[in-house]
Design a protein around this ligand. Structure first.
Ligand code: OMP
Length: 214
């Protein structure tokens, strides 16, 4: 695990974004941990979050032309990442997002910001079974753009419809790399060394054994 990844887990725990307990997921699975990115809800959180996303992008080395943040949770992520890329990595990157409601007056259309064209880096919070991300992918395809990659905060490394992880399925179906600031394996590694949260390790490992990818 890299330093920025460990710092990201600490940051998520400190802000109550990463929690341990019992949670029901969108997929119906009962999970011993949950990542609620909506709790990054202060100016300082957003500034830091942008820096972590930008660091993961730079670390990946993937080339792209535009950041796309799907509504709603992708919007502040794309904005904060674009700011961080400029402020901390000297890269001025176009970004855009969609609205969920179609607008038929004024400028019309359902995209806001830079045109969605060229190689698109899609940013979002979490992928579990891949449902939300596939809807966003449709928007990229409908605009005739190509997907350069997907960047999320947490890869839960869970099985999708079959034996592959939801992310492996997305990579196969869209021929693009999915990168994450941290993955479940990083969270488990972190728990092993953390006196305060170590007690949750068995439940998280049991969950990985049941739903995780080999
Ligand atoms: P999938 O659409 O199954 O990939 O699940 C992704 C969505 O699940 C996210 O956009 C969240 O709405 C929600 N989610 C979290 O935010 N954090 C988690 O740790 C787990 C989930 C989830 O329900 O699977």
């Amino acid at each position: 695990m890299k330093t920025y990844q460990k710092e990201f887990i600490e940051f998520a725990i400190e802000r109550g974004v990463l929690k341990f307990g019992e949670f029901t997921l969108k997929s119906g699975r009962t999970s011993p941990y949950f990542f609620n990115a909506g709790l990054f809800n202060k100016g300082s959180d957003l500034a830091k979050l942008g820096r972590f996303y930008a660091a993961a992008l730079k670390d990946s080395g993937i080339d792209f032309d535009v950041l796309f943040g799907p509504a709603y949770k992708g919007i502040p992520i794309a904005s904060a990442t674009a700011v961080a890329l400029f402020d901390h990595f000297q890269t001025d990157t176009p970004y855009c997002f969609n609205r969920k409601e179609k607008k038929d007056h004024g400028e019309g259309g359902n995209l806001v910001g830079s045109p969605l064209e060229g190689r698109v880096m899609l940013v979002d919070d979490v992928i579990t079974a891949g449902t939300a991300i596939r809807e966003s992918m449709d928007i990229v395809e409908q605009n005739g753009a190509q997907l350069a990659g997907v960047l999320i905060a947490l890869d839960r490394q869970e099985k999708g419809k079959g034996e592959l992880s939801a992310i492996q399925e997305v990579e196969r179906d869209f021929n693009a790399q999915v990168i994450a600031i941290v993955s479940l394996n990083d969270v488990i590694e972190y728990l092993k060394d953390d006196e305060q949260f170590k007690a949750h390790l068995p439940a998280v490992e049991a969950y990985r054994a049941q739903y995780g990818v080999a």
